[in-house]
Design a protein around this ligand. Structure first.
Ligand SMILES: [Fe+2]
Length: 325
């Protein structure tokens, strides 16, 4: 996701300043839900706040596998991580990112509809078979990575989010899994609760009043955070010394559903647009023999359509941004 990179200097609470946050970092720690045992409460919290924290979503063997995968792939493919000579603009000041690992590593397929969180993901996106795969990547802020200072921002949004009734289901959902423990001093994900129905952060600041808060979400490795991509969020840097690893997966909403706007009669909400114009799905998933899997991987952008039309030609893939093998 594109973000502006400027220092978090606005600690004055001045609502005329832009999107660097208003210095309203809170000590409040949101509840941590079990996504299966507490699914209804977790859904209600998400619907009211635009995010939810879920505990114990990866077990020890999964955490070991994903951390080992990160170690291994950084050695095998340093350029894909931005570690090689060809360090890329979209990697600078944001730590390391390995985009599109699913293309070449089928060992990751089993994580794409993870059984701990997927039923809740379905509920948030409108029901069974509504989620659509959008993007999957790993990120790392290495030890002694310094301060990057990411701005508060939202990811992709739809215009009707500001007016539609009901608001839910949301259009895109991101799942961030912590692969290392986060705590004060490490980088951590941070959200502004209830900010998903505002165009700009300053509007949320003015309208939410005492409710406005910038909430760091600390948690043990295996914690999962689900957030509506319209919710303002950032990465707090920590002390610049300690590191953090995360797995990020984005889902879109599939299918058609009825809704309404104040100015019109009822209308039909279309499936969410493609999250990016570059993300590719591997042939084994896009053309999966199980029709339910194919539906899950059915939100193809134009790059994906062109690649599929060539029979998934590796040379065509190489010509695409982040398509290196
Ligand atoms: Fe973002």
């Amino acid at each position: 996701m594109a973000v502006k990179l400027i220092k978090q200097e606005n600690k004055s609470g001045d609502a005329t300043l832009a999107t660097q946050g208003f210095g309203k970092v809170t000590d409040w720690r949101p509840p941590v839900f079990d996504p299966i045992d507490d699914m209804d409460a977790a859904y209600d919290f998400f619907a009211g706040n635009g995010f939810v924290v879920l505990g114990n979503c990866l077990d020890e063997s999964e955490l070991a596998h994903l951390n080992e995968f990160m170690d291994r792939s950084q050695k095998e493919r340093p350029d894909s991580w931005g570690l090689g000579e060809r360090r890329k603009p979209h990697h600078r000041n944001q730590g390391l990112i390995f985009s599109q690992p699913l293309l070449d590593y089928p060992e990751l397929d089993r994580y794409t509809q993870h059984p701990r969180s997927y039923l809740l993901v379905e509920k948030i996106l409108g029901g069974e078979d509504r989620p659509r795969f959008a993007e999957f990547n790993f990120r790392e802020t290495p030890e002694d990575g310094g301060i990057g200072a990411m701005n508060f921002h939202h990811d992709k949004v739809s215009e009707d989010r500001l007016l539609r009734d009901p608001y839910m289901p949301c259009d895109w959902l991101c799942a961030i899994h912590y692969l290392t423990d986060t705590m004060p001093g490490t980088p951590t994900f941070c959200v502004v609760p209830k900010s998903n129905r505002f165009e700009e952060l300053r509007e949320a600041y003015a309208a939410l009043g005492n409710e406005y808060a910038e909430v760091p979400l600390y948690g043990a490795a295996g914690t999962c955070i689900l957030y509506d991509t319209a919710t303002f969020h950032t990465r707090f840097d920590g002390d610049g010394k300690r590191g953090r690893r995360t797995w990020h997966q984005y889902y879109a909403r599939g299918g058609w559903l009825r809704s309404s706007l104040p100015t019109t009669d009822r209308y039909v909400r279309a499936p969410s647009e493609c999250l990016t114009d570059w993300n590719l799905f591997p042939e084994r998933l896009a053309m999966h023999p199980d029709p339910k899997k194919r539906l899950f991987f059915s939100h193809w952008n134009t790059a994906m359509g062109e690649w599929a039309a060539t029979g998934f030609d590796p040379e065509v893939r190489k010509s695409m941004p982040r398509g290196e093998a």
